[in-house]
Structures are given as structure tokens and as C-alpha cells.
Ligand binder design. Structure first.
Ligand SMILES: [Zn+2]
Length: 102
């Protein structure tokens, strides 16, 4: 039996294979899966969030300012309570600012 590949719980696209990826720790329903792209761009980064690995690595950049600009609650972001879309936005903003660092 050949089922259709599952739908990604983050972007809604079809997964590249029949298993998808585990989106933990993103706040999704049990048994949800995500596509390879979201796994690489969002989930992997979000996994660093509990110990703030990514963000601390870029402590030169003012995360508060980024959150303010984007209208994202910083406390929620740091606690892992914001959406995958917001993580992506913050990540993109961080990367953008990194380019501008001396
Ligand atoms: Zn996806």
C-alpha cells in the first residue's frame, strides 16, 4: 500500500517522503510531521532554542530590538512559545543583522 506523503505541519506542503520529520519541540499536535525544508530551516533552529544556543551565539545583536521591530513577544520567543513563522522571521532578522556586523 502506498499512501500519499503526509502534509507538513508547518508550511502545509507535502513531505518529501512518507515519514516526514519530527517537528519537536515546536508546539504542534502529536504525530504531526514536517517536511525536510522546514526541518532544516525552522525545527533544527528551534531545537537550539531551549538553551538559547542560537540566540546566545549572537549576543552582539539586540534580540529585544528585533522582536520589537517584528512585533514578536521576546519572552514567548525565548520560552519557545511563539510560532514557527515567528522563529523564521527572527532568525532571518538575526542573519540579516549578522551580515552588517563589522
Ligand atoms: Zn514544511
Amino acid at each position: 500500500m502506498k499512501n500519499k506523503n503526509p502534509k507538513c505541519c508547518i508550511c502545509g506542503n507535502e513531505c518529501e517522503n512518507e515519514w516526514g520529520n519530527n517537528p519537536a519541540p515546536l508546539p504542534v499536535k502529536k504525530n504531526d510531521v514536517c517536511c525536510d525544508e522546514c526541518n532544516a530551516n525552522i525545527v533544527v533552529w528551534a531545537r537550539l532554542n531551549p538553551d538559547l544556543g542560537f540566540i546566545k551565539a549572537f549576543s552582539k545583536i539586540n534580540i529585544s530590538g528585533i522582536c520589537e521591530e517584528l512585533g514578536i513577544d521576546r519572552a514567548n520567543l525565548l520560552k519557545g512559545n511563539t510560532s514557527a513563522t515567528n522563529y523564521k522571521k527572527v532568525r532571518d532578522a538575526i542573519q540579516e543583522k549578522l551580515q552588517k556586523l563589522p
